[in-house]
Ligand binder design. Sequence first.
Ligand SMILES: Cc1cc2nc3c(=O)[nH]c(=O)nc-3n(C[C@H](O)[C@H](O)[C@H](O)COP(=O)(O)OP(=O)(O)OC[C@H]3O[C@@H](n4cnc5c(N)ncnc54)[C@H](O)[C@@H]3O)c2cc1C
Length: 369
Amino acid sequence: MSNDRIVIIGAGMAGAATAYFLAQRGRRHIHLLEKEKIAGTQSTGRNAAILRTMIPEPLLNRLACTSARFYLDPPEGFSSEPLVEKVGVYLAAGPNHAATLRSWCETNPENGQVPVDPSVMYGRIPILAPGLTHVTHKADDGVLDVHAILQGFLRGACREGTELLLGREFLGLRVEDGRLAGVETSEGFLEADKVVVANGGWAAASGTFGPYALPFAPYRRHLMVTSPLPEVDPHWPVVWIVGEEFYFRPESGGLLLCGCDAVKVAPEQGEVSDPAELEKTAIKAARWLPGLADARIARSWAGMRTFVPDDLFVIGADPRLEGLFWVAGLGGHGITCAPVIGRLAAEWIAEGGSAHPAAPALAPARLLG
Ligand SMILES: Cc1cc2nc3c(=O)[nH]c(=O)nc-3n(C[C@H](O)[C@H](O)[C@H](O)COP(=O)(O)OP(=O)(O)OC[C@H]3O[C@@H](n4cnc5c(N)ncnc54)[C@H](O)[C@@H]3O)c2cc1C
C-alpha cells in the first residue's frame, strides 16, 4: 500500500469525488484543502443541479451516461437520499434549430433521448409559448441532489482517513531542486508527494501556478428563481430550448430560469452578479413563458463555468512536474459527470495513468503543444 502524501486543493465536487475514489483505492494520507469555511460553496453550490446526459460532445456524453448510472444506483451507504429526482428532460427546438437537435441525437445514439410529439410536452407544461416543433425526451434524467452527492463523496473519503481542512487556503506550490515538495498554505507549509489541483475557476488565478499554469478561463453564468407560482407543478420536467439558449425547471414552488449567459471573467468576479445579464434572462423568460412576465424574482446569483480552449475536462498528470495533477476545467458538466471524473482522477493519481478510453483526450499533456 502506497504511503504517498496527497494534497487536494479545493473541496468542491471535483476535489470531493477525487478524494472519495482515492480512498476507495486504499489511499489513507489525503489532505483535502478548502479555503472557505464550508465545502462546496462555489460552483458546486451555485449550479442548476440538472442531470442532462445529452451533451452534444460525444466523449462527454458517454461520461455523463456512465455517471448517471452511479447516481441512479449509488454504492451501498453512499446516501440515505435518492440522488436524482427523475423528472425527465425535454430538449425542444423550433424549425430554425431542429437540425441542431437532430444532429445531437444522431451523434449520440446511445444516449437514450427519444423523439416525442410536441403536444406531449405542451400537455404537461401549458404555459410554454408555442413554436417548439421538434422535441425529444429522456425520462431518467432530471434534477440532482447536489448536497447529498457532495456529502456522500466527502463522508466516504473522510471515513477512510481523508482530512478535510476547511478555511485553509492554498497559496502556491513549493518546488525544490525541480522536485515537488508540497504546498504553501494560509496555515503554513504542508509536505506532499502529490498535489491535485481541483480548485474550479481559481485554476485560472493569474500567478498562482507560475510556470505550471494552464489556459483555464472561467465564464460567469447567472440563474434566477421566481417566487412560488400557482401555475407551476413542482414535478414538471426540465425544459431545454435548443438554439435559444434558455432552460428552466421547477424550484421552490416557482421556476429556476437560465438564459445561458457566458461572459469571460477573472475568478474574483465569477460570483458578482451583472444586472444586465439578469435582464437578458428575464427577456428570454418573457418570450418563452409569456404568462409569467410579471412573476417576481425571489433570488438570483452567478457562478463560474471553467473551460480550456477545447472545452474538454482536464484530468490527469502534468508532465512538467512529477506529482502534479489537475482535475479542473469541468465547464457546465462537473456535477453530472463527477463520478467518472473522480474515478479517472484517482486512477491517474494512484496508478500513474488510466486505461479509460477517454483518458488521453482529457490529459493535461494535450494543452502543452
Ligand atoms: C450557473 C451554473 C449552472 C450550472 N449548471 C450545471 C448543471 O445543471 N449540471 C452540471 O453538471 N453542472 C452545472 N454547472 C457546472 C458545475 O457547477 C461545475 O462544473 C462544478 O461545480 C465544478 O466543480 P469544481 O469542484 O471543479 O469547482 P468548485 O465547486 O468551484 O470547487 C472549487 C473549490 O476550490 C476552492 N478553492 C479555490 N481556490 C482555493 C485555494 N487557493 N485554496 C483552497 N481552496 C480553494 C473553492 O473555494 C471551491 O470550493 C453549472 C455551473 C454554473 C455556474
